[in-house]
Design a protein around this ligand. Structure first.
Ligand SMILES: [Zn+2]
Ligand SMILES: [Zn+2]
Length: 285
């Protein structure tokens, strides 16, 4: 009679986690791009796998929908069904929410309306990558009046908050991470505009994103918005925040979330938000 030997199961090595504590394993990344976006080559499957590896509880896929650009509708047609497929395949291990990064909605109402009338989302990000009549800040070099351009940016964001339909304002200080604006250190000259934006968000029950994309730019290395502005938003009564890595590759999923969480806590936040059918729910930090 053959002897049955039991082989001890080898102990599995835990996956490396970017998070220091167990609590932060329950974070959610609400700003992620996939190959449906014009500037991203990563598959949604790699993004989801990276989110699981990072220990996230939930993600929201937010491909670009830059209103007024020809590609926006075809991007949405590619992105939306891929999110639904990923949600089926990765649930319940990872919750995958239907999102979109709606850019420049102030500049093409028709594209904004098309998206709202034809699709159902869990969370819509609003962003502004270029002010009316100008190219993306990303491509700007030396400018005559960078301060004036940032003022126009904030003014268009006010218009966005007043007239567009969205849930969370993405990367509030987006242009500042680019070299044309590195000279602007003191944002107090925009107090009036920033206060107005925060009040509009708070009054409408909308959220503010803590975007960690700026941490991947070595020369910038700041959160968007900064911890100081987060404190100001909180002092005005802001309660709803989301975390977004703005990852365009799997390796950046949840990037810098330890710093984002530390900044949120330092500003007095005890919760962050997740969304279902465009309704926020708070999760303990
Ligand atoms: Zn963006
Ligand atoms: Zn983005």
């Amino acid at each position: 009679m053959a002897t049955i030997t039991t082989v001890e199961t080898p102990k599995t090595t835990p996956l490396p986690s970017p998070f220091a504590t167990e609590k932060t394993n329950r974070l959610s990344d609400y700003h992620l791009h996939t190959e449906a976006s014009f500037d991203c080559k990563e598959s949604i499957y790699n993004v989801c796998a990276a989110a699981i590896k990072a220990g996230l509880r939930e993600i929201c896929i937010t491909d670009h929908y830059d209103c007024g650009y020809d590609v926006c509708r075809s991007t949405l047609e590619a992105s939306y069904p891929s999110i639904e497929r990923a949600a089926m395949e990765f649930g319940p291990e990872l919750t995958v929410k239907r999102g979109l990064e709606v850019g420049e909605a102030t500049q093409c109402r028709e594209d904004e309306r098309y998206m709202l009338e034809n699709y159902k989302f869990d969370c819509l990000l609003a962003s502004l990558h270029n002010i009316r009549g100008n190219g993306d800040f990303y491509f700007m070099d030396v400018l005559k009046d960078p301060e004036g351009m940032i003022r126009k940016y904030f003014e268009e964001l006010i218009e966005m908050c007043e007239t567009c339909d969205f849930d969370v304002l993405a990367h509030l200080t987006y242009p500042l991470r680019y070299k044309a604006f590195y000279g602007i250190k003191d944002l107090s000259i925009y107090d009036k505009e920033i206060t107005r934006i925060f009040r509009l968000l708070i009054d409408a029950g909308r959220g503010l994103e803590i975007n960690t994309g700026g941490l991947r730019i070595r020369e910038y290395n700041l959160l968007l918005p900064t911890e100081e502005l987060l404190k100001y938003y909180k002092s005005l009564g802001g309660e709803i925040i989301t975390f977004g890595s703005d990852a365009h590759e799997a390796a950046s999923v949840a990037y810098g979330f330890d710093r984002a969480v530390a900044a949120a806590k330092a500003a007095g936040f005890k919760h962050y938000a997740v969304y279902t059918d465009r309704v926020p729910a708070l999760v303990e930090l």
